[in-house]
Design a protein around this ligand. Sequence first.
Ligand SMILES: [Zn+2]
Length: 227
Amino acid sequence: MKKKLIFSLTFFLLFAFITSTYSFAHEMYFTGSGSTVSTIKLRWIPKNSSTGRLKVLIDKQSLSGSWSTYYEDARSAWHSSAAPAEFVTVTTGTSPNTYMVTASQQYWDTMYPDGTFTETLGVTELYDTNSYVINSYASASASTKQLKGANIYLNPSPNSASAFTYRFTMTHEMGHILALGHSHLAQYSPANTSTDPSIMSYDYFSLGKSYLPQNHEVNDVKTMYGY
Ligand SMILES: [Zn+2]
């Protein structure tokens, strides 16, 4: 009897630990309100078989303008972090799993018109192992939940055309590729911009401090993928 009680206590503690670990990571798609939030755990599948790290193979041929100029900075920013992920630019002969595109002005204005105070800088579109596009909680729910690739579309003429805007947007969208969601959202106990900076947070972007992946997203990637 005593032994059984100890076992159930251990089980309870383990469950609590798992729950708190997952509430730390910011999943891309969720539903619910208040303290009841259901998340969908999408996961990126391609890996480097020798290093074991997540592997993103990027075709950047359709990047133009400043996005093309700052692409390499964003890529090396992720590589300088401790995140177990590689962002590799593919050359002829290797199939990409991700495309980065500077959108045409007409496409952007139609798809993502500016709001009164805001504009869309970049959009990441994910697709699963059945090649279904995942762009909502519903499509994520209906998917394999295993990500095979991504497309990133970038605003051809941002209102704030600073190097910081380009670099931050790119490292942020690269985070989305790995299935990281927005860390400023109230549903997820948002990252505190001063004590827990995060490039997946709009609030942190508005401070203009750093475009480098922070411990927040490095830990999220490690937790989500079991590294
Ligand atoms: Zn975002």
